[in-house]
Design a protein around this ligand. Structure first.
Ligand code: ADP
Length: 374
């Protein structure tokens, strides 16, 4: 087990440097920019973000497969910037399995230990411990070409942990697999982690994977850290609009609104719409009449009113019955507001309805910076 600390990490690839010969500036000048976070001993961390945000580069830097442009990384008390990958006590499993096809599963698992001169006895003990954890104990005599995608990935992860590394790094290990297999393997990875308690970092673009596996999630965009927190923290208290819109399915509604004074309180108003929503009192000290904000509300935290209220009406834009829930969209001026409900309701397109917001579940963001208004 090990603690990992990243301090002000930067990575700039050659093609991201300014060139006299290039007219256009590259879109991102760094693949990873001023990234700092730490994971505790035995913690499971998910690095989550859209494609190209620097997740794999971060993992590869930790693994020693990419040099640092700037910054420092420590495993325990040891600065690892200049350590070779093999000296970092790291287990790695990537999306593509890279198993040795001519070798049996047993020999694939044994390979690195053999290369390090471990005895047959030690190897057998290690393989026999790890194989059942990832349910590959029945596959030990088989060769990789005979295995399914899910089985290959189990072997791949088993191989990464067989030497009991201080740090386990998983790069999109489930993204090749179909939905059901992903879910099964997700449970098994979680169980395996619970058993061996190895500090683990998983890189994924799939929020379900990060939310279900990780103790804490690092959310990145354009090479930069957006927020680090437990799944509940990033869901309930997103630090900015990006995190708010990225975490949660369907995503949080982010509506441009102008706040107006009404009596002793305030109302959210929306361009080209009669909709008025009461601003919860807890925001009173942070807002003022005429202030532009982005109102964030999750689709499960707003619903069509069951009884008629004094509120204004909005038209239904779409209705979808997904079996276990209904998705309903209404027009608010030129914006679409999505709702999701387990209730067995039905609406016609164009039908005029009133809405109820769970006031305590609303979020406010600065429209310019996207930062949360606190
Ligand atoms: P992610 O894993 O989040 O999809 P990556 O870390 O792979 O993102 O990439 C981050 C950025 O760095 C992207 O703009 C990508 O094009 C660039 N990049 C990644 N690897 C290389 C490389 N070997 N050479 C040049 N640019 C790279």
């Amino acid at each position: 087990m090990a603690q990992l600390v990243l301090k002000n990490l930067y990575k700039r690839y050659d093609n991201q440097k300014k060139s006299l010969f290039r007219k256009k500036k590259p879109p991102n000048d760094y693949a990873v920019k001023n990234l700092s976070f730490s994971c505790h001993d035995g913690e499971f961390i998910g690095i989550l973000g859209p494609s190209g945000c620097g997740k794999s580069t971060t993992l590869r830097m930790i693994a020693g497969l990419e040099e640092f442009t700037a910054g420092n990384a420590y495993i325990g008390d040891i600065r690892i910037n200049d350590l070779k990958p093999k000296d970092r006590n790291i287990g790695l499993a990537f999306e593509d399995y890279a198993l040795y096809p001519p070798l049996t599963v047993y020999e694939n698992l044994a390979f690195n230990m053999r290369a390090k001169g471990k005895s047959n006895e030690e190897i057998k003990k290690a393989v026999n411990y790890v194989a059942p954890l990832l349910k590959v104990d029945d596959l030990l005599d088989m060769k990789p070409p005979a295995l399914s995608g899910g089985q290959k990935q189990r072997v791949n992860i088993a191989r990464a942990i067989v030497r009991r590394p201080g740090l386990l790094l998983l790069d999109e290990p489930l993204s090749h697999l179909d939905g059901k297999m992903r879910q099964t393997l997700r449970h098994e990875i979680k169980r395996m982690h619970h058993e061996i308690k190895c500090t683990t970092i998983i890189v994924t673009h799939d929020q379900m994977e990060a939310m279900s596996l990780a103790d804490r999630i690092v959310i990145m965009k354009d090479g930069e850290l957006q927020q680090m927190g437990t799944p509940l923290e990033v869901y309930d208290n997103p630090a900015n609009e990006f995190v708010a819109g990225f975490i949660g399915e369907p995503p949080m509604n982010l509506l441009r609104s102008t706040i107006v004074t009404a009596g002793r309180g305030f109302l959210f108003t929306f361009a080209d719409s009669d909709l008025r929503v009461e601003v919860p009192e807890r925001y009173d000290s942070l807002i003022h009449d005429g202030m532009e904000v982005t109102l964030g509300v999750r689709p499960v935290d707003v619903r069509v009113a069951k009884k008629e209220t004094a509120g204004s009406f909005v038209p239904i834009a779409f209705y979808e019955n997904l079996g276990d829930e209904r998705r309903i969209g209404v027009r608010v001026g030129s914006m679409l507001l999505n709702m999701a409900t387990p209730d067995a309701v039905y609406f016609e397109r164009g039908q005029m309805v009133q809405l109820e917001f769970k006031a305590e579940k609303t979020h406010l963001f600065h429209p310019g910076t996207g930062e949360r208004i606190r």
